[in-house]
Design a protein around this ligand. Structure first.
Ligand code: PEP
Length: 238
């Protein structure tokens, strides 16, 4: 079965209720692309309202706790995200790995919690600039996969080179193609698992990146904050 395209927006810690007009604006692009799934991960405060007006757009969380409930002040469980209207959750984003010291073992536990709650985890992996400079990119990503993947293969992978996130730098098409093929070769269900690329995807580079064989979509940060840019990326998917 052919893998569907998935264009996902990660708003990070951006967005107020007034920002949700965005969903109206991208609806024509989301509707017109029948072979492309569109996902928006707004901050948790907006998930309920976003889900009510999302139409064809899927809604995701940006992180979840490993437990379904309990004494964990400030945390949000996968079950809560699901209850709020999410169907996906991003886990292991490099900003969580860096800012909150999240290990790959914790990311795996979060992915398992997401699956148990009926969410699809989007598991992020990616090497640092020094890893790539030192020729260790595949080794680092391979190890992250090895430690972060749950037993059940109901997940999406996002390959995001850390040095390309929010910097305006993108990996070269050759490097993206090589890393995606490498990741696919390491996955137990490689033929059917969606692998997204993330790292400064924008309207100007989306068509080239999304046309690569092993790229099944994009995880978009900065350019997902503007409906016109995000809509153009949806339109750029083959
Ligand atoms: C991200 O945070 O997942 C991301 C890819 O950000 P940006 O598109 O801004 O590089």
């Amino acid at each position: 079965m052919a893998r569907r395209m998935l264009i996902a927006g990660n708003w990070k810690m951006n967005g107020l209720r007034q920002s949700l007009g965005f969903l109206e604006e991208i609806r024509p692009a989301a509707h017109s692309r029948r072979n492309v799934d569109v996902l928006l991960a707004p901050p948790a405060t907006l998930i309920v309202s976003a889900a009510e007006i999302a139409g064809p757009v899927k809604i995701g969380g940006q992180d979840c706790h490993i437990h379904p409930s309990g004494a964990h002040t400030g945390d949000i469980s996968a079950e809560m995200l699901r209850d709020a209207g999410a169907s996906y959750v991003i886990v292991g984003h490099s900003e969580r790995r860096a800012d909150h010291g999240e290990s790959s073992e914790l990311v795996r536990a979060k992915a398992e919690a997401a699956q148990a709650a009926g969410l699809v985890p989007m598991i992020c992996v990616g090497e640092s600039e020094s890893d790539r400079r030192e020729g260790k990119a595949e080794a680092v990503v391979g190890e992250q996969l090895h430690q972060s993947l749950p037993g059940s293969t109901a997940y999406v992978i996002a390959y995001e080179p850390v040095w390309a996130i929010g910097t305006g730098l993108t990996a070269s098409l050759d490097d993206i193609a090589a890393m995606h093929a490498f990741i696919r070769s390491k996955l137990p269900d490689g033929a059917t698992t969606q692998i997204l690329y993330g790292g400064s995807v924008k309207p100007a580079n989306a068509a080239d990146i999304l046309s690569l064989n092993d790229v099944d979509g994009a995880l978009v940060g900065g350019a997902s904050l503007k409906a016109a840019d995000f809509g153009a990326i949806i339109e750029a998917a083959p």
